[in-house]
Design a protein around this ligand. Structure first.
Ligand code: GDP
Length: 383
């Protein structure tokens, strides 16, 4: 009998314990965490060593190919018409300069001092002494010949002269279309902090929005943060990023692998971000020259875009000179035009380099990059 009682007690206890376990199990389904997935790694054959003299390429270490984000937040705005859409950003920062000019020009009987003030205003807006003197000369002749003019007429004279200085006959088109089975290659160069990486991301987004496949190459291997930043942009805009996981890897090698991947994937455009150290002119020349040569073993470099911060004025022009000596620039990207009242830099930098401003940055948003349009720009300045 005692045995029977003990057995019954044991059975009851076992049933209670079993029930409790069952309830716990149901309350916390799937508690066991999924093992973390390692980032996909593309086995990267190190580029060959048979580079032209003095340009041996070191293997960059394994390259990490980041898959694009599954979905991009919002559809990008079409590139065409962006400058008109964003002209408010320009007008806000430029109105000072335009309004002062129009105010001075509307004065009755402009005297020598008045014309000097106009010239100073143009120079103060970073237009450069030559173009400022030219515009004043033109205006003086037009006013002298036509006699005193009303505000509207003076505005249209100034508008015409400014547009002429900005240049309407320059080819501002971007060569970003693939060549058959080869992607177009865009090399983004410029000093750190000018907006190079953001421009790579914004341009990739715009091209993807137009139906292209874009690959980003993180050839700024000098700062680890630069590749991380490009990777973030890649995920944001839906572009694959080719990078090295080793800080200080050979930038030319990463650029080579990015283009190779672009060819294998039949991508339309490969955009290569480069380091922006202005160490020495020779160093810069060597580095950019080597990147370009190594890419050209398998594709054409279609665009070398120099990114300049419009707020840096004369300093920006100095940078432009150094880069132009290091590599053949095909176009200028002028960023932060939303943050300066000195839009004349457009004229000055084009004169300095003899190449057109092709794109302008008008903010930090994903779509705040616009193809440059002279008339829209001048209209924004004049309000
Ligand atoms: P990088 O070092 O040359 O690659 O420059 P980043 O792309 O990191 O940009 C530097 C800073 O400038 C970032 O805070 C950007 O958001 C900002 N930036 C870039 N382009 C523009 C622009 O057109 N307007 C404004 N307001 N900020 C910009």
């Amino acid at each position: 009998m005692e045995y029977l009682i003990i057995v019954i007690v044991l059975v009851v206890l076992a049933l209670i314990a079993g029930g409790a376990l069952l309830v716990r199990g149901r309350r916390r389904p799937g508690r066991v965490a999924e093992p973390p997935q390692p980032p996909p790694r593309a086995p990267s054959a190190p580029p060959g060593q048979d580079v032209d003299a003095g340009a041996a390429v070191q293997a960059p270490g394994p390259l990490v190919t980041e898959a694009p984000a599954a979905e991009v937040a919002e559809a990008p705005q079409p590139l065409a018409g962006r400058m008109t859409r964003l002209r408010g950003r320009l007008a806000r920062s430029q109105s000072g300069f335009g309004a002062v000019l129009l105010g001075l020009l509307s004065r009755d009987g402009l005297d020598e001092q008045g014309w000097e003030e106009i010239e100073d205003t143009l120079v103060g807006a970073d237009l450069g002494a030559g173009p400022a003197a030219h515009i004043v000369g033109e205006l003086r002749t037009q006013v002298r010949v036509g006699g005193a003019r009303g505000t509207t007429e003076v505005r249209s004279l100034l508008r015409k002269d400014l547009i002429e200085q900005v240049g309407v006959d320059m080819d501002r088109s971007l060569r970003v279309a693939s060549h058959g089975d080869r992607p177009a290659v865009v090399l983004m160069v410029g000093v750190n902090g000018t907006g190079k990486t953001s421009t790579c991301g914004k341009l990739a987004r715009a091209l993807i929005g137009e139906g292209s496949t874009v690959l980003l190459g993180a050839a700024d291997t000098f700062r680890a943060a630069a590749a991380d930043q490009l990777q973030t942009w890649g995920q944001r805009v839906g572009a694959q990023v080719i990078r090295s996981d080793r800080e200080g890897a050979d930038p030319a090698s990463v650029a080579f692998d990015a283009v190779k991947q672009g060819i294998d994937d039949r991508a339309d455009t490969v955009i290569v971000d480069t380091a922006g150290r202005l160490h020495t002119k020779t160093g810069l020349m060597d580095e950019l020259g080597k990147i370009k040569r190594v890419i050209e073993r398998q594709a054409t470099v279609d665009e070398v875009l120099l990114v300049l911060d419009a707020t840096t004025g004369q300093n920006g022009l100095r940078q432009a000179r150094v880069f132009a000596e290091a590599v053949d620039i095909t176009g200028i990207v002028l960023t932060k035009l939303d943050g300066t009242a000195k839009g004349g830099i457009v004229v000055a930098v084009q004169r300095e380099l003899g190449v057109p401003v092709k794109l302008v940055g008008l903010g930090e948003g994903l779509d705040d990059l616009a193809p440059f349009e002279p008339a829209t720009f001048v209209d924004a300045i004049l309000g």
